[in-house]
Design a protein around this ligand. Structure first.
Ligand code: SAM
Length: 192
């Protein structure tokens, strides 16, 4: 049983792109209540359920409390945009870096559109910065909450990293993410 329905979103992404494999290292940003982590723990084998496969490693971080989960190392009550949290996370990660950064982080809605938009952008920019420092070359960033053109432009400059964005996309040439670029971007995922 999954802790919430969002698990199916990640299952669908991973069935399509095959990002999560036994033995990989994953950072789950905005992990509470832990449904994405449940999926990732199963797929990277970080709880060692499959004795014949390599064992992965997962760190999950959230502002809220994240109930414990076998195979996951959770940092609750932690703000991932705070440099102190980022330092803590980096100290826990292997030197080689992370294979997959998952981000389902979203600001709590205040009801004020502009304020929520601004908060969302700040989270995104901070995460772009952080992910770039910790992802190993060829790693993947899965972003389920992204609506900003600015962000798309920033990410399209990356190379060697696969970026999956949760931007509704019809796969047309007008999509700024799908436009072929020198980087190895894969097409964004339609309507996550
Ligand atoms: N992926 C989760 C799951 O499947 O259980 C659901 C995540 S929920 C949509 C978004 C989460 O982002 C919230 O729990 C919120 O507390 C967290 N969040 C928002 N801003 C954050 C920040 N600056 N640092 C850490 N977590 C944050």
């Amino acid at each position: 049983n999954y802790r919430c329905r969002s698990a199916f979103k990640l299952l669908e992404i991973d069935d399509r792109y095959g990002l999560l494999r036994p033995g990989l290292t994953v950072l789950d940003c905005g992990a509470a209540p832990g449904a994405w982590s449940q999926v990732a723990v199963q797929r990277i084998n970080s709880a060692g359920m499959d004795p014949d496969s390599p064992i992965g490693f997962l760190i999950g971080v959230d502002l809220l409390h994240i109930p414990p989960l076998d195979g996951a190392h959770f940092l609750s009550n932690s703000d991932l945009t705070d440099p102190a949290t980022q330092t803590h996370v980096r100290a826990l990660l292997p030197a080689a870096g992370v294979d997959v950064v998952l981000s389902d982080m979203a600001p709590n809605a205040s009801g004020f559109r502009e304020l929520d938009h601004e908060r969302g952008i700040l989270i995104c920019l901070s995460m772009v910065d952080f992910a770039e420092k910790i992802l190993r070359p060829g790693g993947s960033l899965v972003w389920a909450w992204w609506r900003s053109r600015l962000g798309q432009v920033l990410l399209s400059g990356w190379s060697g990293v696969r970026v999956l964005l949760g931007v509704p996309c019809d796969g047309l040439a007008s999509c700024p993410v799908c436009v072929p670029s020198p980087s190895s971007l894969v097409p964004c995922v339609a309507g996550l």
